[in-house]
Structure formats: C-alpha cells, structure tokens
Design a protein around this ligand. Structure first.
Ligand SMILES: [Zn+2]
Length: 175
C-alpha cells in the first residue's frame, strides 16, 4: 500500500466514525456527577447523608437507596441528580413539614420517573397520600407555596401545577 493509499484509507475511516462519535448521547461522554464530585464542586461545604439517615423535622426521608447531599448554598429548596438528591435546609427551614416532605418527594420522583415536572409532582402527592403525611390541608399548603411560581421553560405555572396535583391526589391509580 502506498503512503497516499494509507492516507486516503485513514481519512475514509475518520469520515466513517466521526458521525458515530458526535451521535453519542451527552451522558455517555460525560457521566453524571457522583455525590462526592458534587461536594468537591461546591467547595467541600456539602454533606453526604447516606440513604435512610436524612431527616426533615425529625422524620426520616427515603428515596430508595439514594443518598442526600445537604447544600445550604443551593439556589433552590431541592434538586435531583441521577442517583442522589440535594436538599437546602437553610431554605427548607422556612416552610411547613408537609411542604418540606413534598419537596423531597418531588425530587425523589425525578429519580424514579425522570425529568418531567408534572410526573414528579404527581409522584410526590400520591406518595404523601399513601404514606399518610400529606392531608388535603397539607396539599393546600403545597399549593400556597408554589402558587407565586411563574411558568418557565421547565415548570408550568404554580396554579396549573396545583390543579394537576389535586387531580393526582384524588386519583386512586398510581402514576
Ligand atoms: Zn422538579
């Protein structure tokens, strides 16, 4: 094989595999962070709480086997990464127990049901009903909590989410 043939072959090979490299989904190139990665990223101020040990107002919160990372500097009450939850106790301290538990359950919903916000809301209220920590009054507290929320690219407006959650709460079939 001449050098020229070798170069042509090499270019041909690159042209063939390049679309395969580009087509790889982002998460295959970039694995989601571990809780340790997250804590390192936030400057070591986060704290990893093993599954079954995280409590809100003295009540143990569970999300399968997933750990919870405590981060008082998170820009929201809670968040979810694939494999772990993040909770911000500094903000959570401002809301009632059922609202706190609803936030945890919503983030847990993302772990089991994916990124869809309505599905996570529905998961949270149905779990609360089933486990007995979310009464109809508690659901109204959740509604008051999210009602000022304006719609954005990820979330419907608070009033729309509430309407959907009330339906889910009343629906005996688990979503
Ligand atoms: Zn969410």
């Amino acid at each position: 094989m001449t050098l020229r043939n070798k170069i042509t072959l090499a270019i041909g090979f690159l042209v063939m595999i390049l679309p395969l490299i580009i087509a790889l989904p982002a998460d295959a190139q970039d694995p989601p962070p571990t809780p340790e990665d997250y804590v390192a990223h936030v400057g070591g101020e986060g704290q990893i709480v093993p599954s079954g040990q995280f409590k809100l107002d003295g009540r143990t919160q569970r999300c399968g086997q997933r750990p919870t990372v405590i981060d008082n500097n998170l820009d929201d009450y809670g968040a979810a990464y694939p494999g772990f939850l993040i909770m911000n106790p500094k903000l959570l301290d401002r809301v009632s127990t059922p609202v706190k538990q609803w936030i945890f359950a919503h983030e847990c919903g993302h772990q089991f049901r994916g990124p869809d916000e309505e599905t996570a809301d529905c998961f949270a209220v149905q779990r609360g009903r089933r486990e007995g920590w979310l009464t109809p009054d508690g659901l109204e507290e959740v509604c008051t909590f999210i009602s000022p929320a304006k719609a954005d690219s990820m979330h419907f407006s608070g009033s729309y989410r509430c309407e959907y959650m009330r339906k889910c709460y009343a629906d005996p079939t688990v979503k």
